[in-house]
Ligand binder design. Structure first.
Ligand code: ADP
Ligand code: ADP
Length: 225
């Protein structure tokens, strides 16, 4: 677990400024939601924390470490995307285990982590199935599980529920809140959905045009739209 600090983090694409020098500290164990309309720079900010995009300037620290120039695999973060990106021909067990096998983790430790994540996410009975035999909500849980087995310092979630219907979205929102309480790991969650932001966040960062417009507890930012 760790605090994340963004110092004057900026990103430009040609002459488009996607993110204008963001300063932000995400507390250890906090669930921080980036909220704002499409194109305001939420994803770019998240992808810079993940290391999937380089910063144009500025610094990103996780705990004491300056990770600004580290590869994604050296940052100990895990990212959950909206398209689940599961391996269609592998079982759920193998989908969960794959990343750990690539890291040459021992078989028993992999097994323990896979079963623990599966139990937390209600997937224990589904480990022998393949992705196409699962519902959308179950697939999203597997995507969460693949991040969970890594036991990262930080979870990054980019619109993880936007492919689900309204009912399932509400249920998965509850699950993510419960998971966050249970494991206590910092989460940075990107959404354009106000309800999601209001129900999940410890604090909300409202972004507009690449700037942080407001930061505060859900009710505080909502009172001053
Ligand atoms: P959001 O996640 O809030 O929808 P993004 O971070 O995806 O916003 O995008 C912020 C801005 O940066 C937008 O103007 C977008 O068009 C631009 N942008 C994002 N990625 C790229 C890219 N790879 N190349 C050029 N422009 C990009
Ligand atoms: P997987 O196939 O499960 O994604 P790999 O270990 O083969 O696992 O991943 C390849 C690279 O992508 C690694 O550098 C890893 O750090 C990164 N990566 C894979 N999945 C994630 C994730 N959920 N979050 C962050 N990084 C990831």
């Amino acid at each position: 677990m760790a605090e994340i600090r963004l110092e004057k983090v900026r990103k430009t694409y040609g002459n488009v400024v996607a993110v204008h020098g963001v300063d932000l500290c995400i507390g250890d164990g906090e669930l921080l939601v980036f909220l704002g309309p499409s194109g305001c720079g939420k994803s770019t900010t998240l992808r810079m924390i993940a290391g999937l995009e380089e910063t144009s300037s500025g610094t990103i620290r996780i705990g004491e470490r300056d990770v600004t120039t580290l590869e994604p695999k050296d940052r100990n973060i895990a990212m959950v995307f909206q398209n689940y990106a599961l391996y269609p021909h592998k079982t759920i067990y193998d989908n969960l285990a794959f990343g750990l096998r690539m890291r040459k983790m021992g078989r028993d430790q992999i097994d323990a982590r896979v079963r623990k994540a599966a139990a937390m996410l209600g997937l224990a009975e589904l480990l022998g199935r393949r992705p196409k035999q699962l519902s959308g909500g179950q697939m999203q849980r597997v995507a969460l599980g693949r991040a969970l087995v890594r036991e990262p310092d930080v979870f990054l979630l980019d619109e993880p529920l936007s492919n689900l219907d309204a009912k399932l979205r509400a249920r998965m929102r509850e699950e993510i809140a419960r998971l966050h309480q249970e494991i206590g790991t910092s989460m940075v969650y990107v959404t354009h959905d106000q309800v999601e932001a209001m129900t999940l966040a410890d604090r909300i960062v409202i972004m507009r045009d690449g700037h942080v417009q407001q930061i505060g507890a859900p009710l505080a930012v909502y009172d001053r739209p």
